[in-house]
Design a binder for this molecule. Structure first.
Ligand SMILES: CSC[C@H]1O[C@H](OP(=O)(O)O)[C@H](O)[C@@H]1O
Ligand SMILES: Nc1ncnc2[nH]cnc12
Length: 281
């Protein structure tokens, strides 16, 4: 069965495209998720919404509890996550209000816990292709029918919360990165560890700081809001196209856990049961 999780980013705080909603608080061994989960349906498909920064935009990219957010999705039975994100453009051809479905990510974060596997358990998942190919293709094909959208591109994930300097932005452009944001990581890594298909629907809000006026939070929110209806329209139509077929993301932990089952502490086994249950008896 398909159950879709939507993580709303800057400017997208409510799931007005959902039907039959109820709020659900989820407890996790990793602390409290950024907000209650909104459980409902969209276009006839079961769906769960979480505002990444919390309603009222309370948590900065560094302070987000990414582990609790993704664990909560897993506990609620989510099989696919579409992560909505506002990004800056590092290329002239990627214009504000365009949509991008990134296919790579480059990590420039420094302060985030980016794994569930610690404290007595070790796992090394493959992350060569960080985003689910099938889910990304669905987003691209759906968006293409009505909007200007780019298929692929590298998302540079910076720590923030300050925006980049001009020197940094120039270097990122020279290195060929496409868009810049602050939240794709560790979200994508944790979703892979949780064996959830994960793709990003990014909307370009600015040209970062290398072009004309440097980015400001006002511009990001203004442009994210301009694209809000387009994003919700894409989400509504895309979820109906997700099929309940097999995908490598859903087996990411197969052969990836290095620790022998009898060496894993009982508490870790209990805490990670929703993730490692099928592999550790
Ligand atoms: C609000 S300005 C910077 C902020 O916007 C992006 O957020 P999100 O990815 O949640 O849409 C960016 O990553 C920063 O967190
Ligand atoms: N220029 C930018 N840098 C980092 N995160 C962003 N989110 C939106 N625009 C951004």
């Amino acid at each position: 069965m398909v159950k879709v999780g939507i993580i709303g980013g800057s400017g997208i705080y409510d799931p007005s495209m959902f039907d039959h909603v109820k709020e659900q608080k989820v407890r996790t061994p990793f602390g409290t998720p950024g907000d209650s989960f909104i459980v409902g349906s969209m276009n006839g498909i079961e769906a769960v919404f979480l505002s990444r920064h919390g309603r009222g935009h309370k948590y900065s990219p560094t302070d987000l509890n990414y582990r609790a957010n993704i664990y909560g999705m897993k506990k609620l039975g989510v099989t696919h996550i579409i992560s909505v994100s506002a990004v800056g453009s590092l290329k002239e051809s990627l214009k504000p209000l365009d949509i991008v479905i990134p296919d790579q990510v480059y990590d420039r974060t420094t302060k985030r816990v980016s794994t569930y596997f610690e404290g007595g358990i070790v796992a090394h998942i493959s992350f060569a292709d960080p985003f689910c190919r099938k889910l990304s293709d669905i987003l691209y094909e759906t968006a293409k029918e009505k909007y200007r959208v780019h298929n692929g591109g590298t998302y540079l994930c910076m720590e923030g919360p300050q925006f980049s300097t001009k020197a940094e932005s120039r270097i990122y452009r020279k290195l060929g990165f496409d868009v810049i944001g602050m939240t794709a990581l560790p979200e994508a890594k944790l979703a892979r560890e949780a064996e959830i298909c994960f793709a990003i629907l990014a909307t370009i809000t600015d040209y970062d700081v290398w072009y004309e006026e440097p980015v400001s939070i006002g511009q990001v929110i203004e442009y994210a809001a301009k694209n809000e209806e387009a994003v919700k329209d894409i989400l509504r139509r895309a979820v109906g196209r997700i099929e309940d077929t097999d995908c490598p993301c859903r087996h990411a932990l197969e052969g990836a856990i290095a620790t022998s089952p009898d060496a894993i502490p009982e508490k870790v086994k209990r805490d990670l049961k929703p993730l490692i249950g099928p592999y550790i008896k």
